[in-house]
Design a protein. Structure first.
Length: 118
């Protein structure tokens, strides 16, 4: 089991930026970022293993990157909109399946809250 610790959430005004971090306790195969707003399903935001993947709704504004030496994956979020407000989670999955399939992910972080005011 991998321990994941997220950080970097907070409150910003619309148009602002945040960078989320997710530190893993050991090397992982694939890391994904997800978000869940109240009353909504958890949705995939971005993922990476070398190559990067982003949901269409955020790909112009969000960037995923990693620092292998630190076993940390980042999610840079720019031009934030009120619709981006949610709890953001990082998670890991083994080989197989589409990157945006929630059910493929085994280990999850505790979540970090992002609030965007208009």
């Amino acid at each position: 089991q991998v321990q994941l610790v997220e950080s970097g959430g907070g409150s910003v005004q619309a148009g602002g930026s945040l960078r989320l971090s997710c530190a893993a306790s050991k090397p992982i195969y694939f890391m994904g970022w997800f978000r869940q707003a109240p009353g909504k399903e958890r949705e995939a935001v971005a993922g990476m293993r070398g190559s990067t993947y982003c949901a269409d709704s955020v790909k112009v504004r969000f960037t995923i990157s990693q620092d292998n030496a630190k076993r940390t994956v980042y999610l840079q979020m720019n031009s934030l909109e009120p619709e981006d407000a949610a709890t953001y989670y990082c998670a890991t999955k083994p080989y197989g399946g589409w990157w945006n399939e929630v059910r493929r992910y085994n280990d999850w972080g505790q979540g970090t809250q992002v609030t965007v005011s208009s």
